[in-house]
Write a protein that binds this ligand. Structure first.
Ligand SMILES: Nc1ncnc2c1ncn2[C@@H]1O[C@H](COP(=O)(O)OP(=O)(O)OP(=O)(O)O)[C@@H](O)[C@H]1O
Length: 249
């Protein structure tokens, strides 16, 4: 595998307000290939969000190294989707999605077409002029995904993006994400608490141990890349998800 992103010997220590030191990550190694979907799972507090923030360039105070085949430009080449969509309530869906392009002073016709194509991709074309409060939770999260893709980032980092949604909406968003991946072939790192979500969406699943967080195993998901709701009913699906659950215990 040619690593698109190599994480080597990463160690992160937080110093709390009372000067207490918390080693959040230790000896973290992971290679991610271009176009791959990697899920990060692990017990609460094992450092998943910390690792994602480092990859995003939001935290550079750590030991060890991250190396890229193409160094991402800050604020441009990395798309981030959080559990809460954090849309600006006073801007329409279209103007939320175009936010990044405006920040880059991209007012080109190409930029506008790109926003329209993205709204189409996430199924929000009919709601482009709606405001966030007029959308359901799932639609807001779709808008947040479109916004993260607007820069055409080289990697999409997702921190429990579906954690706040009900089960039916979450399943629908999973299929949307698979379709988006089919179209864009973006490299995706997805933090999730759900072994089923990791199994359904990822090519590989990295399992982290509790604090200090380490990657204790990386598994290839034994399923074809072409996934559909029937995939969830395959015995292999349940077996793999069950194995992940056991590893987390
Ligand atoms: N700003 C901070 N200052 C001090 N300690 C922190 C800070 N942010 C995180 N930590 C600590 O680092 C560890 C890892 O936190 P992190 O949020 O990365 O875990 P997580 O795996 O994403 O957790 P969860 O699954 O519950 O969201 C925790 O022990 C947490 O208390």
């Amino acid at each position: 595998m040619t690593a698109f992103l190599s994480i080597r010997d990463v160690r992160k220590t937080y110093v709390g307000t009372n000067r207490q030191r918390v080693v959040a990550l230790s000896d973290v190694h992971l290679d991610v290939a271009e176009g791959e979907v990697v899920a990060l799972i692990g017990p609460s507090g094992c450092g998943k969000s910390t690792l994602l923030r480092m990859i995003a360039g939001l935290d550079d105070d750590f030991e060890g190294g991250l190396s890229w085949t193409r160094q991402p430009r800050p604020g441009k080449d990395i798309g981030f989707v959080f559990q809460e969509p954090a849309l600006l309530p006073w801007r329409s869906v279209e103007r939320n999605v175009s936010l990044g392009l405006e920040a880059q002073r991209d007012k080109s016709a190409e930029g506008r077409t790109r926003v329209r194509d993205l709204l189409d991709l996430v199924g929000l074309s009919d709601f482009s002029q709606s405001f966030p409060k007029e959308l359901s939770g799932g639609m807001r999260q779709r808008a947040a995904i479109a916004r993260a893709l607007a820069y055409d980032p080289q990697i999409l980092l997702m921190d429990e993006p579906f954690g706040a949604l009900d089960a039916i909406t979450r399943d629908r968003l999973h299929d949307d994400l698979l379709r988006i991946w089919e179209t864009t072939r973006k490299t995706i790192i997805l933090v999730t608490h759900s072994v089923e979500e990791a199994t359904y969406l990822a090519d590989r699943v990295a399992v982290m141990s509790s604090r200090p967080g380490r990657i204790k195993a990386v598994h290839h998901v034994p399923l074809d890349r072409d996934r559909s709701p029937e995939t969830r009913r395959l015995p292999r699906f349940a077996e793999f998800a069950g194995m992940l659950r056991q590893e987390l215990e």
